[in-house]
Ligand binder design. Structure first.
Ligand code: B12
Length: 214
């Protein structure tokens, strides 16, 4: 039953029907499905298919925009549920997170931020297209233990390296652990640029952040 509902959620994103995505997400929640399962088994596969079709030239930018709108609206329903389910007692530390300069992809970054705060981190989300200096200033201001840098484009992932270099220049690199993520990012890239860790998804990001502050 739930597999069928998840498949319908996936299809609604692929078919560009955001209202249907929202309605099905609501139905899944009412049916008692876990928000994270709805995301990982319904919504994310849909976004992946849309991305693949865009890459092969079958879909164009408007398809991405409509699918993103469906996912964002569904996430607006799911985020409060995610937070309500994981009520951590003590704060695990402060995290600053954002999508790097030149990159406006926000869905994955926001999901990672939501999951981190649901698990007890105090999260400062700087949004998208964040200037390198802004990351450095926020880390200084908050004394954050972890900095999360999201990049979805091969052309913007280089700014993850730029932020790390700027932290070194500001003399605060040793005070903050840097984790990187986003579709084109890998463990290899993380090692190359001297980040402290990479995670493939939001669940992995929580595990990583916990291990970095341990
Ligand atoms: C939706 C989308 C858009 C939307 C974004 C809307 C929004 N409000 O966010 C819009 C339409 C704006 C868009 C624009 C563009 N896009 Co786009 N987009 C996508 C798409 C289809 C889905 C991304 C998404 O939201 N996925 C769902 C979330 C949940 O997954 P996620 O972002 O990967 O995040 C997860 C992990 O990566 C990880 N993670 C993410 N961040 C972080 C951070 C940390 C610290 C950690 C630890 C983990 C982590 O955890 C997240 C949760 O599980 C992808 C295809 C894809 N499959 O990735 C293309 C894709 C990323 N886009 C692409 C392109 C080319 C573009 C454009 C350049 C298109 C154009 N010609 O204009 C522009 C760029 C605009 C810009 N300057 O940023 C390409 C990138 C190719 C590349 N390798 O460089 C992709 C891969 C599509 C493709 N296959 O060609 N896009």
């Amino acid at each position: 039953m739930s597999n069928d509902l998840f498949k319908q959620i996936t299809d609604s994103l692929v078919d560009g029907e955001p209202d249907k995505t929202v309605e099905l997400t609501r139905l899944a929640l009412e049916a008692g499905e876990e928000p994270l399962s709805i995301i990982n088994e319904g919504l994310v596969p849909g976004m992946d298919i849309v991305g693949e079709r865009f890459q092969t030239g079958e879909y164009f930018l408007p398809h991405l925009i409509v699918a993103a709108s469906g996912m964002k609206q569904a996430m607006a329903l799911l985020e409060p549920e995610l937070s309500a389910r994981e009520q951590a007692v003590e704060s695990l530390g402060t995290v600053v997170i954002g999508t790097v300069k030149g990159d406006i992809h926000e869905i994955g970054k926001t999901l990672v931020g939501t999951m981190l705060s649901a698990h007890g981190f105090q999260v400062h989300d700087l949004g998208v297209d964040v200037a390198t200096e802004e990351f450095v200033a926020k880390v200084k201001e908050t004394g954050a233990a972890v900095l999360g840098l999201s990049a979805l484009l091969t052309t913007t992932m280089t700014f993850q390296r730029e932020v790390i270099e700027a932290l070194v220049e500001a003399g605060i690199r040793h005070r903050v652990k840097v984790m990187v993520g986003g579709a084109p990012v890998s463990q290899e890239w993380s090692d190359t640029i001297g980040a402290d860790g990479f995670a493939e998804d939001a669940v992995g990001a929580v595990e990583l952040a916990k291990s970095l502050v341990a």
